[in-house]
Design a protein around this ligand. Sequence first.
Ligand code: FES
Length: 95
Amino acid sequence: MAIVRFFRGRLLLRSIELKDDEFLVDAADRAGIDIPRNCTSGNCGTCLVRLISGNVPYPEPLPPGLDEFLIEDGGILSCCMIPEGACDIDVIPPL
Ligand code: FES
């Protein structure tokens, strides 16, 4: 099973085993990590976090809540993206 580790900057907050096809924000909930959210459909960008390492495929087409400049800084939308395997996530979004 794949493990997702949630960081705040360099501080490791929690790690948790991912369930199949689980959105990152739901794994965070189970781990007791509060990631703000609003639309839960990829539109508002409220749930933006930063991918430190691992593979989290971007949906096609890109959801409105993501821009190219955010992607360049590792930005991912935790409400609508699913990791492929282990990954490390910084809950501080790219700005
Ligand atoms: S909560 Fe709106 S894009 Fe994720």
